[in-house]
Design a protein around this ligand. Structure first.
Ligand code: FAD
Length: 392
């Protein structure tokens, strides 16, 4: 067997898992090069903790240094170009060639996609979550809107979770009676990709907390001076504090490489995560947030139903891609992705609910839940600490 190289672009959830799983399966002469522009990793699931002031950015940031000790070459560099024809990736520190390419670059945000949206707060970036923490501290009276202007977006329960966590924080400060919380979303139902059971569960949780829910509201613009959100159906909503999920886009290097389809994301095979493109690489894979995998048998105009963008999905896909590459290198059968993923939704006061999703299930996706409790919250903490111990 001659020495081969796997290039993994993006050391987030999916990239780190792929690198570790591949390292376990292939001998050390197979080079694994993992590239990311940032030195640290953080769980998206910990951003709401920053938003609430429960953790600092430093406390939720984890160094990627240990990857080197596991036999993975970690290169901290911005990826500028993916050249499929040459089988090369151009970074700020020069180009890298590879035999296998795994694209796990996640999603970028584009607040300019909607006029005026830049006036809103967000908790999807670490900086945004830290800024929102200050705004929430000051906020004790008026209309708070949680806005989901576009789909798909990372972690389908995140805006609902954020609304419930803010509700809890206002109650703790004894100001909840002075604050109206409303959630406006482009989605037809909460977590549409997870099936009807999850949608009903979230609606009930919102109603129990007095959080009003407004589905099928596509944002057309935001007027920061008038403090008003305008929707495509001609209606408007007033806010004193606006918290939005930023519109998501694929990273520039991915778009410029012509890897995306009309959805704006890289179409990947639902089972193997392979990208059907001619290239000088032996195989190209796309996993996690940067990929799009339509759910079998389900289509809705305007809001396409696709595999959710979630860390646990990227995790499961990364393990499959490692098995696919190892299978090809070692000439053995490989595993395929079954469309499963879990998610934890915090409901406030150290309570959470764990959803078990089967996204390829027919006639519709299934996500089972049990009522929120402290044990499921503890389960979330254990999931994160186990993940860190195994992978970083
Ligand atoms: C508020 C919030 C809460 C969430 N809660 C949960 C949860 O409870 N459970 C769950 O499963 N998921 C959750 N998620 C979603 C989860 O974080 C993402 O779905 C997951 O991180 C996707 O993994 P990924 O590998 O595709 O991308 P990422 O983890 O985003 O990794 C992409 C990596 O690529 C790097 N990168 C991007 N562009 C470049 C470039 N040009 N050059 C070099 N490097 C680059 C980035 O620095 C990043 O490290 C949450 C997300 C948010 C925002």
């Amino acid at each position: 067997m001659t020495t081969k190289t796997t290039l993994i672009l993006g050391a987030g959830f999916g990239g780190i898992i792929t690198a570790n799983a591949l390292r376990r399966q292939l001998p050390s002469d197979h080079r694994i090069v993992l590239i990311d522009k940032l030195p640290t990793f953080h769980f998206g699931a910990t951003k709401p903790w920053v938003m609430l002031g429960h953790k600092t950015v430093a406390e939720i940031s984890h160094s990627r240094e240990a990857l080197g000790r596991r036999g993975i070459e970690f290169l901290q560099a911005e990826i500028r170009q993916i050249d499929l024809a040459k089988g090369e990736v151009e970074t700020e520190h020069g180009s890298r060639r590879g035999d296998y390419l795994v694209i796990a670059l996640g999603a970028d945000y584009d607040m300019s996609a909607i006029p005026g949206l830049a006036a809103a707060h967000e908790f999807y970036t670490l900086e945004g979550a830290a800024r929102l923490r200050e705004a929430l501290r000051e906020f004790s009276r008026g209309d708070l809107i949680v806005l989901v202007p576009r789909a798909p977006f990372k972690c389908p329960p995140a805006p609902y979770e954020a609304a419930m966590l803010m509700d809890h924080a206002f109650k703790e400060r004894d100001v909840r009676d002075n604050v109206r919380i409303a959630l406006y979303t482009v989605e037809g139902a909460p977590m549409a990709t997870a099936g009807a059971e999850m949608g009903s569960f979230i609606r009930e949780q919102l109603a129990a907390r007095g959080i009003s829910f407004h589905p099928t509201k596509k944002t057309s613009s935001v007027d920061g001076e008038q403090r008003s959100v305008k929707f495509d159906d001609g209606s408007e909503a007033h806010f004193d504090l606006l918290v939005t999920v930023p519109p998501h886009v694929a990273p520039k290097a991915v778009r410029e490489a012509g890897l995306t389809n009309q959805s704006g994301w890289i179409p990947a095979d639902p089972k193997t995560l392979k990208v059907a493109r001619e290239s000088a690489f032996r195989a190209v894979y796309a996993i996690g947030d940067v990929s799009v995998v339509p759910l079998p048998g389900r289509h809705k105009p305007d809001v396409p139903l696709v595999l959710p963008k979630a860390g646990t999905v990227a995790d499961g896909q990364g393990q499959i891609v490692a098995s696919q590459i190892a299978g090809e290198v070692l000439g053995r059968p490989a595993e395929t992705f079954a469309g499963v993923g879990t998610c934890y939704i915090e409901t406030g006061g150290k309570q959470a609910v764990r959803g078990e999703g089967q996204f390829y299930a027919l006639p519709h996706p299934v996500m089972r839940t049990t009522p929120p409790d402290g044990a499921q919250y503890e389960g979330k903490l254990t999931w994160m600490s186990d993940w860190l111990r195994a992978n970083l």
